[in-house]
Design a protein around this ligand. Structure first.
Ligand code: GLU
Length: 305
């Protein structure tokens, strides 16, 4: 476990380094922002007004109110979505979703604690109560609903392929026969690409940044996961990587929470609805995911249950 962790940390460090070093890897002058939100001249992030005296009949929320802090699980290696820089600062669209929801539940940005939780351990982490809520490119599906609850969807992605720029052989999921494809334990795109019809050989790791490193090292031929995630990696290294651009699944993102906490689920859905309506959602998108070349589309309709 320790080894795994340090390998992951090393992979992130390498990515962070190559992303930061203008001359080295990408070589472009005006390098893209490192992991999320832009600098000068870039769209600005919204600020969220914090609700007062929030009353929701939710054990999770009451505990959070008592401790004066709300705990969100998130990713730390997905540029423009959920990224943590070397100073521990988090940025990205999912991080903004967390801030919007937190504000409507009565917590300021300073009262959010983020914990990194990777795809393979999301359900167990949420159901143990180690996080109050989870925002991390988390696809809503019936299988997962047996263990956790979801508010949303707040975004629609689709599985795609990241390849080396000079690779012209991989044109879509149908050209993966005999190819090595890296993806993440516990993720829906991995489950999809393992289907015999694709004929791919899979390499299964814990973190996306490790897969990207393997692609750059010529150890695998492609990385598969959601297009929104892959575009972030491609935007960081436009000279080396490209997204194929043929999404082959639907991945509706939800905020994960305890399975039977309907009151909290409704409150989170209300928050998402309010921030979509008042324009914060679009503003947050433009200042995060929008910078990686993902075009803005209206969010899917919320599915309350
Ligand atoms: N959205 C997909 C999933 O939830 C892939 C991205 C991820 O692993 O977070 O499995």
């Amino acid at each position: 476990m320790k080894l795994r962790k340090s390998a992951a940390a090393a992979a992130i460090a390498v990515l962070a380094l190559t992303a930061t070093a203008c001359g080295g890897d990408s070589g472009t002058a005006g390098d893209k922002p490192k992991g999320g939100t832009g600098g000068e001249g870039q769209p600005k992030l919204p600020t969220y007004s914090v609700a007062k005296d929030v009353k929701v009949d939710s054990a999770t929320l009451k505990k959070a109110q008592k401790r004066g802090k709300i705990v969100f699980g998130a990713k730390n290696d997905q540029p423009y979505l959920g990224f943590e820089d070397t100073d521990g600062k988090r940025s990205g669209f999912d991080i903004e979703i967390a801030k919007m929801v937190a504000a409507d539940l009565g917590f300021s940005t300073d009262q959010i604690e983020f914990k990194t939780v990777d795809s393979g351990v999301r359900e167990t982490t949420i159901s143990k109560g180690d996080v109050d809520l989870y925002v991390g490119t988390y696809t809503i599906n019936d299988e997962r609903k047996k263990q956790v609850g979801f508010a949303g969807p707040y975004f629609m992605a689709g599985a795609d392929l990241l390849v080396r720029k000079d690779d012209t052989a991989i044109k879509g999921p149908d050209s993966l026969k005999g190819k090595k494809v890296c993806s993440i334990v516990g993720s829906t795109p991995l489950a999809e690409i393992k289907k015999p019809k694709y004929g791919a050989e899979t390499v299964e790791l814990a973190k996306y940044s490790e897969c990207v490193q393997q692609l750059l090292n010529n150890e695998v031929d492609a990385v598969t996961t959601d297009d929104a995630i892959l575009k972030g990696y491609a935007a960081q290294r436009p000279e080396k990587l490209r997204v194929v651009g043929k999404p082959f699944t639907k991945e509706p993102y939800g905020v994960g929470l305890a399975k039977d906490d309907k009151a909290l689920r409704d409150a989170v859905s209300d928050a998402l609805e309010a921030h979509i309506k008042n324009g914060d959602y679009k503003k947050a998108y433009d200042a995060t995911l929008g910078l990686s070349g993902s075009k803005f589309t209206e969010p899917p309709a919320l599915e309350r249950y």
